[in-house]
Design a protein around this ligand. Structure first.
Ligand SMILES: Nc1ncnc2c1ncn2[C@@H]1O[C@H](COP(=O)(O)OP(=O)(O)OP(=O)(O)O)[C@@H](O)[C@H]1O
Length: 294
């Protein structure tokens, strides 16, 4: 676990580029200035259930997520993390329960009671989704610039020069040489593809990002670089994030709060350090101790 944490380092050039892009894009947004404690929840989940078969899925899930908060969902394979994330991000209809989202454009939305068109608008504007496999979040056969530009066009941007220059800014912000703007993602390494996926998501100023194992399958040094970038972006933009990971080191680095899942149920929640340093539930104790032994 410590290998990844130790390897996370800052790079002055990248930080500067990131800072410049972010200042231009986000300086007027109030969330950039405020803490999240005094604000209404961005997402409220009430008694959410989704089961494919008895014991397979997730059930009885309730929590609030605040602006600027990073919630980690951890647990072993098959515990229902991805099912829950899909229900929260409007990609999978739950059997029952409510997901309320405090939208900038539509005020409070009950995700599964509103029109499909509203969910689609949210998905391309106020929300971002970072998939484990970049090919699920990118169009592999169009250029890096077009991958970023497409999302801008989806929210109404039409000026080619503006689109290209925003694409360049975001490539720089995620540490991809702007000279690669016309290359296809298939010509990029795994880490670059993930960074491009992040740029594509962030270009429309989302409030809420869903991440499903964003560093899974990458080697340790690539993971460390990506985690450093994510951590910087999340704190500078005041993003709210729900991140699913089976990797407690990733959870420790990124999440303010953790939800531990086992067999589709939440068995423990709390501040990340509290949960990892002083786990209360026997399953969490096992999870933490098994990681420490590896
Ligand atoms: N589409 C589906 N149809 C039927 N069963 C499914 C489906 N998707 C997932 N499951 C089952 O539901 C349970 C929860 O799966 P889920 O993918 O949500 O867990 P997870 O914690 O994300 O696991 P992993 O880390 O391996 O992705 C598992 O038993 C899985 O086999």
């Amino acid at each position: 676990m410590n290998k990844v944490i130790d390897a996370v380092q800052s790079d002055a050039g990248v930080q500067q580029a990131l800072e410049t892009a972010l200042q231009q894009e986000f300086k007027d947004q109030p969330e950039f200035q405020n803490g999240w404690q005094d604000i209404a929840p961005l997402l409220s989940v009430r008694e959410l259930n989704k089961f494919y078969a008895p014991g397979k899925g997730c059930g009885d899930i309730s929590f609030d997520l605040y602006p600027g908060e990073v919630l980690g969902i951890v647990g072993e394979s098959g515990s229902g993390k991805s099912t829950l994330l899909s229900c929260l991000s409007a990609r999978l209809t739950p059997d029952s329960g409510q997901v309320l989202y405090n939208s900038e454009q539509f005020d409070e939305i009950d995700l599964y009671a509103c029109e499909e068109s509203r969910r689609r608008v949210l998905m391309r504007s106020e929300w971002g989704i970072v998939h484990q496999h970049a090919r699920d979040g990118l169009r592999m056969n169009v250029s890096a610039g077009a991958n970023i530009g497409e999302r801008l066009m989806a929210v109404g941007e039409r000026h080619y020069g503006d689109i290209r220059s925003k694409a360049e800014e975001w490539l720089t912000a995620v540490e991809i040489d702007t000279g690669r703007i016309d290359d296809r993602p298939s010509q990029f390494s795994g880490g670059m593809q993930q960074r491009l996926q992040i740029a594509r998501n962030l270009v429309t100023h989302p409030k809420l990002i869903f991440m499903d194992e964003p560093t899974g399958g990458l080697d340790v040094s690539v993971q460390a670089k990506l985690l450093d970038l994510l951590r910087n972006l999340v704190s500078r933009l005041g993003l709210s994030v729900i991140i699913v990971t089976h990797d407690l080191a990733v959870a420790r680095l990124l999440a303010h709060r953790l939800m531990v899942m086992r067999r589709g149920q939440v068995v423990e929640t709390g501040l990340t350090d509290q949960v990892l340093d002083d786990p209360q539930h026997p399953y969490t104790q096992l999870l933490v101790s098994s990681i420490l032994q590896n």
